[in-house]
Write a protein that binds this ligand. Structure first.
Ligand code: GDP
Ligand code: MG
Length: 177
């Protein structure tokens, strides 16, 4: 096996964003490959999933935390941010409010997360063509303004789901070496 398992560090990665944007769905899709319509918020609390992502000839271990019932601005505890290595900040491309709230989320992050935290802005539900209210360019522009990575995803049909987590893992590996 050419893969060297030298990278033992667990990288704490947190899914953030308004309720209903698809945080749980994205994690479930990445973890199991499945999409189950319906709101998970009531049943899944704060929990994490460990996933190993192959980057070149090594493995990057992600401990991915889902948040539920804490999505409201300023209710995610600051200690929770402090030891995070990566943040996936989601909005829903069919929900303008969830996009407008991204600035507030980024303010929180800048205030409480580590300066070198890896951040990716994600416009989820990109499968919802007709219902789209946030253009890709708007997401790209906001990401550029805050100097964070950007991707549109669909937890429903899997578009860019693996790619998003792989990009995070790659960046974490780069910053470590
Ligand atoms: P959370 O509150 O951020 O964890 O959001 P959920 O994962 O519970 O998803 C909220 C709702 O959006 C559910 O009805 C999901 O089935 C739906 N949903 C999540 N991701 C997608 C997606 O990529 N496309 C579509 N069409 N629906 C999605
Ligand atoms: Mg959820």
């Amino acid at each position: 096996d050419v893969i060297e398992d030298t990278n033992q560090r667990l990288h704490k990665t947190i899914l953030l964003g308004d309720s209903g944007v698809g945080k749980t769905s994205l994690l479930v899709k990445f973890d199991t490959g499945k999409f189950q319509p319906g709101n998970f918020s009531a049943t899944v609390g704060i929990g994490f999933t460990n996933k190993v992502v192959a980057v070149d000839n090594s493995r990057v271990k992600l401990q991915i935390w889902d948040t539920a019932g804490q999505e409201r601005f300023r209710s995610v505890t600051h200690a929770y941010y402090r030891d995070a290595h990566a943040l996936l900040l989601l909005y829903d491309v069919t929900n303008k409010t969830s996009f407008d709230n991204i600035r507030a989320w980024l303010g929180e992050i800048r205030e409480y997360a580590q300066d070198d935290v890896v951040i990716m802005l994600i416009g989820n539900k990109c499968d919802c063509g007709g219902d789209r209210l946030v253009r890709r360019e708007d997401g790209e522009r906001l990401a550029k303004e805050y100097n964070v990575a950007f991707m549109e995803t669909s937890a429903k049909n899997g578009i860019n789901v693996d790619l998003a987590f792989m990009a995070i893992a790659r960046e974490l590996k780069l910053r470590q070496s």
